[in-house]
Design a protein around this ligand. Structure first.
Ligand SMILES: NC(=O)C1=CN([C@@H]2O[C@H](COP(=O)(O)OP(=O)(O)OC[C@H]3O[C@@H](n4cnc5c(N)ncnc54)[C@H](OP(=O)(O)O)[C@@H]3O)[C@@H](O)[C@H]2O)C=CC1
Ligand SMILES: CC(=O)[C@@H](O)[C@H](O)COP(=O)(O)O
Ligand SMILES: [Mn+2]
Length: 381
C-alpha cells in the first residue's frame, strides 16, 4: 500500500484522475509535474501542497516560480526537473503518467532508487522494455501496471504460481472509432473524428493511437516486457464494449478475466493500494447496461500500424524505440492538421525501414534511435 506519492504528468487525463484517487485515499502527494499547463499545475500545487513541482518547459517553469512564490513550494525545470520530481525524498510510489518517450528517463531514475512504480506511460516499455525490466530486477523495485489491459492481466496472474501454466494472454481491443472502416473511408477521417473514442476519455495522443490501432501494438509490446512472454503467447481480441479489460488462458483451458466499467480510476487505485483492495470512487459495472459482449479478430491489413508494431515486437532491440518515436512525431503532425490519417502508418514504416537497428542497445543507443526516428518522420512528412 502506497504511503506517499510522486506524480508525473499530473495535468493529464491519468494525472488528474490519480489526484482524485490520492484525495479519496488521503495519500500525501510529494511532487507533481507537467509540461506547460502551469494554470492547472498551480491549482493542483495549492490544493495538494507538494514539496516540489517540476515543469519540463523552461519558460513555463519560470512563470510558475513567480506564481507560487508565496507557497514555499520548490519549482524545478526541464527534463532534469522531472527526474528530480520522480526521485523526491519520502515518496514510496511514483505514478508515471507523462505521455510519450519523455517518461523514460524519470521512470528509470525512480526504478534505480527502488521505488514502487505505478506505470501508465507505456512508451517507456515499448522503447526500452529490456533495459527497464533489467533495472527493475536489479533494484528489486515493483512495477505495477496502470494501463487497463495490463492491470487486468496482472490481476488475473496474481494467483498463478508458475508462469509455465500460462497458455496465452488475450489482450482486448475496442477497435477504436474507425472499427469496420475501409481504407478509402480512413483516407478522409479528421483529427476531430479520431479524437472520438467509443468508450474512453483519454489524452489526445493515446486516443489517436487507439484509432490507428497503434495503441494495441504498443500494448502488445508492453505486455511482452511486463509479463516476460514471447509474441506467440499474446493474442489480440477485438471486444467492442471494453468491459473485459483482458484475460489469461491457462494450460488446462481455464480462462480468467477482469471486468469493470471503462473507468481508469480503478486500475490507478489498484496500482496504489496493491496488494490490498479498498473501496473506490470508480463507476461500478452495470451488467444490465451491457447485455451482450462481442469478440472478433483485429484487422491488421486495414490498420497497418498494428502490423508494424507486431513486426517491431518480433524484431526487438531498438525497433520499439523507432516505432514509438516515429509514431509520436507522426501523431503530432496529424493532430496539427499537417498530414492525413493514413500518412501516420506510412511515416512509421519509413522510419522502421530507414533507421539502423541495434539488437541489444544501451540507453544512449535507445535515445539515439528515438531521435533518428523523429528526424526521419520530420524529413519525410
Ligand atoms: N488516458 C488514459 O486513460 C490512459 C493513458 N495511458 C498512458 O498514460 C500516459 C499519459 O496519458 P494521458 O494522461 O492520456 O496523456 P495526457 O496528454 O492527457 O497528459 C500527458 C501529461 O504529460 C505531460 N507532458 C507532456 N509532454 C511532456 C514532456 N515532454 N515532458 C514531461 N511531461 C510531459 C503533460 O503536461 P501538460 O498538460 O503541461 O502538457 C500531461 O501532464 C500515456 O503514455 C498513455 O499512453 C494508458 C492507459 C490509459
Ligand atoms: C484505457 C486504456 O487502457 C486504453 O489503452 C484503452 O484500452 C484504449 O482502448 P483501445 O486501444 O482498445 O481502443
Ligand atoms: Mn490500455
Amino acid at each position: 500500500m502506497t504511503k506517499a506519492l510522486a506524480l508525473l504528468g499530473s495535468t493529464g487525463s491519468i494525472g488528474r484522475q490519480a489526484l482524485e484517487i490520492a484525495e479519496y485515499l488521503r495519500l500525501p502527494v510529494l511532487s507533481l509535474s507537467a509540461h506547460r499547463n502551469i494554470g492547472l499545475l498551480e491549482e493542483q500545487a495549492r490544493r495538494f501542497h507538494p514539496a516540489l513541482v517540476a515543469v519540463s518547459d523552461e519558460a513555463a517553469a519560470g512563470d510558475l516560480k513567480i506564481r507560487l512564490a508565496d507557497t514555499g513550494i520548490r519549482v524545478v525545470s526541464g527534463p532534469e526537473g522531472v527526474i528530480e520530481a520522480a526521485c523526491v525524498p519520502g515518496a514510496d510510489t511514483v505514478l508515471t503518467a507523462v505521455v510519450g518517450f519523455a517518461g523514460l528517463r524519470p521512470t528509470l531514475a525512480a526504478v534505480k532508487e527502488g521505488r514502487r512504480i505505478a506505470l501508465a506511460n507505456k512508451e517507456t516499455l515499448v522503447g526500452a522494455g529490456e533495459l527497464v525490466m533489467r533495472a527493475v530486477r536489479e533494484a528489486s523495485a515493483s512495477l505495477l501496471p496502470v494501463d487497463s489491459e495490463h492491470s487486468a492481466i496482472f490481476q488475473c496472474l496474481e494467483s498463478c504460481r508458475d508462469r509455465g501454466e500460462v497458455k496465452r494472454i488475450l489482450l482486448t481491443a475496442s477497435g477504436g472509432p474507425f472499427f469496420g472502416y475501409s481504407r478509402d473511408a480512413l483516407s478522409r477521417v479528421t483529427p476531430a473524428d479520431a479524437l472520438r473514442h467509443p468508450n474512453w476519455h483519454m489524452g489526445p495522443k493515446i486516443t489517436v493511437d487507439s484509432a490507428t490501432l497503434m495503441n494495441k501494438g504498443l500494448e502488445f509490446i508492453e505486455a511482452m516486457h511486463l509479463f516476460s512472454l514471447p509474441p506467440e503467447k499474446i493474442t489480440i481480441l477485438v471486444h467492442r464494449e471494453s468491459v473485459i479489460h483482458s484475460m489469461v488462458e491457462f494450460v488446462d483451458g481455464a480462462v480468467l478475466a477482469q471486468l469493470g466499467a471503462p473507468d481508469m480510476r480503478l486500475p490507478i487505485q489498484y496500482a496504489l493500494t496493491w496488494p490490498h483492495r479498498l473501496p473506490s470512487p470508480a463507476n461500478p459495472l452495470d451488467f444490465s447496461a451491457c447485455p451482450s459482449l462481442s469478440f472478433g479478430k483485429p484487422d491488421a491489413e486495414t490498420f497497418r500500424c498494428l502490423a508494424l508494431a507486431m513486426e517491431a515486437a518480433k524484431r526487438g532491440g531498438t525497433a520499439g524505440a523507432v516505432l514509438s518515436g516515429a509514431n509520436e512525431e507522426a501523431v503530432e503532425l496529424f493532430l496539427a492538421g499537417r498530414i492525413p490519417f493514413l500518412r501516420i502508418e506510412e511515416l512509421v514504416e519509413t522510419a522502421l525501414r530507414s533507421v539502423g537497428h541495434v539488437s541489444a542497445p544501451s540507453l544512449e543507443e535507445i535515445l539515439e534511435a528515438d531521435r533518428e526516428a523523429r528526424l526521419c518522420v520530420r524529413k519525410s512528412q
